[in-house]
Design a binder for this molecule. Structure first.
Ligand code: HEC
Length: 113
């Protein structure tokens, strides 16, 4: 009988250790995921602006002109607030992923990357 309890105790301990380690790995996984890590101006942001903004905000179009990095970065904060509030693009809409990409880029310093 005593032996039987010893074995049970061993398995209960093993189970506790295993659940604890799996908890720890989950926490690590969550910390490692940075949704902004892959976001760059040239690959993520410029194509969205070219496809959804420049038809109105092009050369000779409505202020602000959004045709180059220099002009876009000058109004980066405004762009963020306009897309987050879904005021822009006028007459159409961006997906949540596209909005998130623009927010990531602006919050990371609106770099020419
Ligand atoms: C169909 C035309 C159209 C499209 C497409 C469009 N805009 Fe605009 N945008 C306007 C107009 C018109 C204004 C002037 C203000 C207003 O009417 O709301 C404006 C104003 C702005 C402003 C200035 C707001 C201010 O407070 O001065 C920003 C920034 C802006 N747009 C960003 C964008 C971005 C970013 C996109 C693409 C995601 C975009 N717009 C797409 C028509 C457009």
């Amino acid at each position: 009988m005593n032996n039987y309890f010893k074995i049970i105790k061993k398995y209960v301990l093993l189970f506790l250790v295993l659940s604890l380690t799996s908890c720890l790995t989950n926490v690590e996984d969550e910390v490692e995921i940075d949704p902004c890590l892959d976001i760059t101006f040239s690959v993520s942001v410029k194509p969205i602006i070219d496809a959804h903004c420049v038809q109105c905000h092009g050369n000779g179009g409505i202020y602000p002109n959004l045709t180059s990095y220099n002009l876009i970065s000058l109004v980066a904060g405004k762009i963020k607030s306009e897309v987050v509030s879904r005021e822009m693009p006028k007459e159409e809409s961006l997906t949540q992923d596209q909005i998130d990409a623009i927010v990531c880029w602006v919050d990371s310093g609106a770099l020419n990357n």
